[in-house]
Design a protein around this ligand. Sequence first.
Ligand code: EPU
Length: 444
Amino acid sequence: MVEKLKIVGGNPLHGEVSISGAKNAVLKLMAAAILPQGESIIHNVPQLTDVNIMLRVIEELGVKTKYDKASKTVAIDATDITSITAKYELVSKMRASFIILGALVTRCKEAIVALPGGCAIGERRVDFHIKGLEALGADIKIENGYVHAKAQRLVGTDIYLDIPSVGATENLMLAAVLAEGATRIQNAAQEPEIVDLANFLNAMGADISGAGTSEIIINGVKQENLHPIEYTTIPDRIEAGTYMAAIIATKGKGIIKNVLPSHLTFFNSKLIKMGANIKLIEPTVLEVSCNQRLNSVNIVTQPYPGFPTDLQSLAMAMLTTADGVSIITESLYENRFMQVPELRRMGADIHQERNHALVRGVEKLAGTNVKASDLRAGASLIVAALMAEGKSEIEALHHIDRGYELFETKFANLGANIVRYNDESDTLANASLELNKENLNASV
Ligand code: EPU
């Protein structure tokens, strides 16, 4: 059954949207929850395919898990771990599950975790994870596509990362929590999700300082010093940026609730340069609006606190109708311009050469059929469809379901003419689309 999204664009979005818990934080907290014996509780866990996959990875270790969707709470009881293997069938579905390697090898002294392989947006190697674990004293063999790591004892050391990799920083932090002595990760990633993981681990009894800077120090503690905890994860800055992009690009006005504006400093400064208005209403509430054609801006993606690569495709969609020419440089991934051919189908004028894209603003986009190739490219197509005149249909929604909780409901609450349907309910979808349009006309 092929699900599609039908959007009738060209109308400004208005209203309120509340941001869910951060996918890229919560997945790592779930891995960290297997370190102590006993049941940890994580709040603010979004309903996402990726969360379900991580739950399955953890369950296959013999760990008990419970996800209460109503309260968005996950309980993870790692009193007993009966398996040390994370299978390819799951790891290949979600690369982030490779994070279980560091946690398993430090808790169980042995781990067998599938290598995740490539991905639509780039090669995404895991060599820093492996070299870092070896530096901590793990004996690592790559056998039949699996990483087999053994370590009777991990010993803290200095580790320098060639690139401030988010995943490698997290995997090594997890492994170092129970190592003997101090581990210093230099050129560490500084993303808010790293800080959230360090806060989670410290609340459990770990001793980590410097998270959020380029040097993180982990003083190893003993297993018996760790205890299960109850913890609430941070809001998803990329989801917040996505709704901000959609409201601004459609020249609407909206309230973004449950957002931490300090996590979006660089993105917000670019939005303001584009001509958007961003007002802090409360510490976790922003009002965003725009009533002009956007200005063109240049963007270079960088590790945090630079412009986030995960919002690059969203910015590109916005700039397709900006006044002038924008140059976008993607410096983290080799293949993160997958949205370009689809945006062109909607009338965008984009010239791409290697990791640079030159976006010449056109008057307007026109709705058409497009296909999501990955999570953020998919999100950018939603924004483009909302900007475009007429009807668009977006295919391959499973990519978008990985990272955006209840997205069609949230967009519909902002007044978007959006409906998910499958081939069988096509007629129904058309009817409800007409209905949405009527409601919208009535409320304008
Ligand atoms: N890299 C290596 N070797 C390594 C590790 C990374 O060469 O051992 C390279 C990668 O190939 C990539 C760059 O370093 O070119 C950065 O990768 P990083 O390790 O920082 O990314 P990640 O941990 O795999 C996380 C997010 C991504 C986000 C990046 C960058 C999760 C689950 N994923 O990935 O999020 O783009 O950090 O901020 O946390 C998304 O949510 O759509 C998404 C892709």
